[in-house]
Design a binder for this molecule. Structure first.
Ligand code: 4AD
Ligand code: MG
Length: 432
């Protein structure tokens, strides 16, 4: 008898007796037979309890099972063509770990606020389980690509003295005698210090933005991977982003076929995105938006709608590069061929999924950077260390930040970011 078999591995034990442990996803009965759907995190299987093969007490235990009860079951693995997993279990014995109280999340559809209030339980449902597995793959794929391409992990701090991405979305926290600190919006500025030691680095952690608007794409706490590389310029920076994202697509297709099916995500659509990405300038993007009827000028940033419109009928991601400098960050390198343009890119996911990456070559000239920071009225004292990088062996360098939840949303075909992270934090929600 094989003990503690994982449901994903039952195929290795056909016609053998195994012991499985898990939770009851569902149960239905028809007279002398109980059909129990058991899940254990790795997969699901239907266990069939046939009264004539069991003692009365064993059968009664099966009858008493409620949704989400935890159990240990014994049974013989049968091949079954009709089953979605290919196998079924002929139940021979059962031990109840706990009979679950009436489970709040039923098969009927629930309102999203109810589901978010019960997020601690909602994570067990099929669709959420699939999303969590895709999240795992995406996270792992990003780090695998970076590790295989010469990037060292270099952790940026979460408590910081200054802003990376503008002062309007900073979360302030009281900080001892110093008075205050801010939660990191992006580890980029610190990643820039790391490359001067290691050449190529990345961080990957929670980042925070006090986004005051409620949208489908914004969390107040989200995960970002910041990559940074010395001696890499704007175009090569985009090439790294493209290779990374195409690697992620292939990994998700390879590892999450079942989960994509559960989410009804068309795999062919994803496969098509694994092709050379399109590149347009910000100016060309505005031209495109104007032909689509949007009232937007050449010196404007996109709103959510415009961002979606750029790729609503595209199958392949689009880089929008070379933005007017005044709508982009202070640290971006000014285009030597056009003093009003930053050498930066936003990577916009296809099918209207919006921006997933923001990247740029960095301003490496001490004087130009200092002037720009003064123009933006940044508190210079707090950025001395950042300016130091341009005084002690400055080099051309570039980097980018991937929004993990945005990328997962696109891979999964899920339009609302709140489902792509275990515990979403939004303007009106910090619990559970
Ligand atoms: O474009 P952003 O603001 O770029 C930076 O923070 C750079 N410092 C990164 C770098 O160069 N190392 O943010 C990067 C990405 C966005 O493209 C988006 O995918 C995601 O982070 N993002 C958010 N995701 C969820 N909720 C929010 N409020 C987000 N804000 C940005
Ligand atoms: Mg951005």
């Amino acid at each position: 008898m094989a003990e503690h078999v994982l449901i994903k591995d039952v195929g290795k034990h056909v016609d053998e007796e195994v012991i499985l442990s898990g939770w009851v996803r569902n149960k239905r009965s028809s007279g002398k037979i109980q059909f129990i759907i058991l899940r254990d995190g790795t997969a699901e299987i239907q266990a069939v309890a046939f009264h004539p093969n069991l003692t009365d007490s064993q059968f009664e235990k099966c009858e008493n099972l409620t949704m989400e009860s935890s159990v240990k079951i014994w049974g013989k693995v049968k091949k079954d063509e009709r089953s979605p997993t290919g196998y079924e279990l002929d139940l021979t014995n059962i031990e109840i770990i706990q009979i679950a109280a009436e489970y709040p999340i039923q098969k009927k559809s629930h309102g999203v606020n109810f589901l978010l209030d019960n997020r601690h339980l909602w994570v067990r449902s099929r669709k959420q389980h699939a999303l969590l597995k895709i999240r795992h793959t995406v996270y792992y794929a990003i780090t695998t690509y970076l590790n295989e391409n010469g990037f060292y992990r270099y952790d940026s701090p979460i408590l910081t003295p200054n802003a990376c991405e503008g002062t309007t979305t900073l979360f302030k926290v009281p900080y001892f005698d110093i008075g205050k600190a801010y939660l990191s919006q992006s580890g980029q500025l610190y990643a820039e210090t790391g490359i001067m030691s290691l050449g190529r680095v990345y961080d990957f952690g929670p980042t925070f933005r006090a986004e005051k608007s409620k949208t489908r794409k914004h969390l107040t706490e989200f995960w970002m991977m910041d990559a940074e590389a010395a001696f890499v310029k704007h175009k090569e920076n985009m090439k790294i982003q493209e290779e990374l994202i195409r690697f992620v697509i292939r990994q998700v297709i390879k590892k999450n076929e079942n989960e994509l099916k559960t989410l009804k995500r068309d795999i062919e659509t994803l496969r098509k995105a694994d092709a050379p990405f399109k590149v347009i300038t910000h100016k060309e993007a505005i031209d495109l938006l104007q032909t689509k009827g949007y009232d937007i000028g050449y010196d404007e940033d996109f709103g959510a709608e415009e961002e979606e419109a750029i790729t609503e009928d595209a199958e392949i991601p689009v880089f929008v590069e070379k933005w007017p400098k005044h709508i982009k960050s202070f640290y971006m390198k000014i285009d030597p061929d056009d003093k009003d343009i930053s050498l930066c890119d936003d990577l916009i996911a296809p099918e209207g999924f919006g921006e997933i990456i923001g990247g740029s070559e960095r301003e490496d000239d001490y004087k130009i950077l200092k002037k720009r920071m003064k123009e933006e009225e940044l508190p210079m004292d707090e950025y001395q260390w950042y300016l130091d990088l341009r005084r002690y062996g400055t080099v051309p360098h570039s980097g980018f930040g991937v929004g993990l939840e945005r990328l997962i949303g696109w891979m999964s075909g899920v339009r609302h970011i709140r489902q792509t992270i275990p515990f979403p934090r939004m303007i009106n929600r910090v619990s559970p």
